[in-house]
Write a protein that binds this ligand. Sequence first.
Ligand SMILES: [Zn+2]
Length: 234
Amino acid sequence: MRGRRWLELGADLLYPPRCPFCGGILPDRWALVCPDCADQEEKALRRPAKVDQSKHSFYCIEKAAALYKYHHPLVNAGILRMKSSEPWYTASFARLMAVRLYGYDPQQNRCLLDLSLEYDLLVPVSDSRGGREYWVPGMMASQLGKFTGLPAEKKALVKVRDTRRQAGLDREERFTNLIGAFRVKDPRRVEGKRVLLLDDVITTGSTVSCAAQALLEGGAASVSVLSLAVSEQE
Ligand SMILES: [Zn+2]
């Protein structure tokens, strides 16, 4: 234990913990956000985190939750940086999700809420092939799994064909663009499981719905969705 502490201290000196929103150095290893971003982060939080499904094109989804308002400038900038920058941004955002939504205590390394009462599996939305340098929802699922104790099944869902970029398409075009895009590769991984599907941003909800449909067709018992941010005119 003592050795581990020294290792952590050494790692902090080499790679000081940083704020996921601005990249600024955090005052200590337990801080989540830097003092400059704290007020804005508070304003960017969605309370409650539950997403009103009637405001989106959801189908096949039991419950949906998202931590932040996507259109808040702090969140928008943070997510842009996360997608184009080092993976530690994704890990820090996953920690924020665990703390804010499930009462994860980083010092004790445990969650107040027992997620296994509601879900069996975390499944990330699979990325388009040959896309980004690293796969944000995949990394987010691994990290969130570490914090919550819920197993992450990163290979459950595959994208079987490339789709056009969703940005710029209207609701109907997004829906058509995604038909049959996802498939469960090995049904044994999801059969009878209550899945918590993970994505970084929800806009219309068509991507997560299409992925949820594939999971249900693959034998999942239910699919709920969790996202870092949601695009909503509130
Ligand atoms: Zn900051």
